[in-house]
Design a protein around this ligand. Structure first.
Ligand SMILES: NC(=O)c1ccc[n+]([C@@H]2O[C@H](COP(=O)([O-])OP(=O)(O)OC[C@H]3O[C@@H](n4cnc5c(N)ncnc54)[C@H](O)[C@@H]3O)[C@@H](O)[C@H]2O)c1
Length: 318
């Protein structure tokens, strides 16, 4: 399959956090890039630097508009990178059809667009949350049964199922990437930003959801998009599922302390209590990175702490 250098690529959610970093990489590789995004959580300023490139285009559209999706995917794309989704895992408890629409149905619309327009390669941003509360840690890609505990997670798993079935039925190649928590340049959401925002509102006390003992794997966004591309370039398989994560975890209380040390020295931490940060939160997520290592991915920020501290650094310069 080779790399995406010089190829024609359709990117959903390209105006978002991960998407903007990925588009930067694609543009640097002379790919022809079309971003399809409704700017619900994405930002037009993230797209501004790319507008000067002849081979970059931005389509403002909603993935639930199936006709527009199918129409926009005409023109001989080599690959679709499908990143658009609801970014807020907790929101599913308030709007129970949100992830069904923005996750599962949106993915179906993209796959139909790919099928009808003969796009052969599907690259998808899945998540560690598909594993639910796994009893094997670090959790490898072939762990099962997969039992997500959030509606966001169930939409990711449903999307993975649609992708594998479309691939089998219609001869597509797939690259499903199960991300750890992604942090870094252009972050617009997540635990670190949340803590910084709270401390800016009250520099004396930081409220932390749960007991602070939740621990997860983190990955820097530049490492994440580089890994996505490297695996796409190097894998000779047509069916690919890879975890993208550092080799360790970081505890929420340590993140809180690191943010306090940088932004509001001496602030006290108040825990709301309980094992989960919110209903549907996986309190102990630890992905195996063995498969990713074996294909040759090397991370610049190779521990979760390093990735998180890099984001804290970026934010302290803003
Ligand atoms: N950030 C993380 O920690 C993380 C972890 C695991 C998986 N992921 C997955 O990676 C992908 C990118 O996440 P992100 O953190 O960059 O989120 P993000 O919110 O920054 O990006 C999502 C983008 O999709 C767009 N979008 C949402 N709904 C849309 C719709 N109906 N039509 C068109 N565009 C739409 C948004 O405007 C935004 O630009 C998502 O699929 C997310 O589930 C992210």
């Amino acid at each position: 399959m080779g790399g995406l250098d010089g190829k024609k690529v359709f990117v959903t959610g390209g105006a978002g956090f991960v998407g903007s970093n990925l588009v930067e990489l694609l543009v640097s590789r002379n790919a022809e890039v079309a971003v399809f995004d409704n700017l619900s959580s994405g930002r037009s300023e993230f797209m501004a630097p790319f507008k000067k490139y002849r081979d970059f285009s931005f389509i403002k559209g909603d993935l639930l508009d199936k006709e527009k999706v199918e129409d926009s995917m005409k023109g001989g794309y080599d690959a679709v990178i499908h990143l658009a989704a609801n970014p807020d895992v907790a929101l599913g408890t308030k709007q129970t059809d949100l992830d069904l629409k923005l996750g599962t149905i949106a993915t179906y619309n993209i796959l139909e667009g790919a099928r009808k327009n003969d796009v052969k390669d599907i690259i998808f941003s899945s998540s560690s949350v598909v594993y639910g509360i796994a009893d094997m840690k670090p959790t490898p890609e072939n762990y099962g049964p997969l039992k997500p505990i959030s509606l966001y997670g169930s939409a990711k798993l449903a999307s993975e199922g649609l992708i594998t079935a479309f691939s089998h039925l219609f001869g597509m190649n797939y690259y499903i990437y199960r991300f750890a928590n992604v942090v870094g340049k252009n972050s617009t959401h997540g635990v670190v930003l949340d803590f910084v925002k709270r401390l800016r509102e009250n520099s004396k006390e930081l409220t932390v959801f749960g007991d602070g003992k939740q621990k997860k794997s983190y990955i820097d966004v530049v490492d994440c998009v580089n890994a996505m591309m490297l695996i796409y370039e190097k894998s000779r398989a047509s069916e690919n599922i890879y975890n993208l994560a550092t080799k360790d975890q970081m505890q929420v209380s340590d993140i809180a302390q690191a943010v306090i040390d940088r932004f509001a020295k001496g602030a006290k931490i108040k825990y709301t209590g309980g094992k989960q940060g919110w209903p549907g939160d996986v309190p102990d997520a630890f992905l195996s990175s063995r498969k990713m290592d074996e294909i040759g991915v090397r991370l610049k920020h190779d521990t979760s702490r390093d990735a998180v501290l890099n984001l804290i650094d970026i934010l302290s310069h803003n």
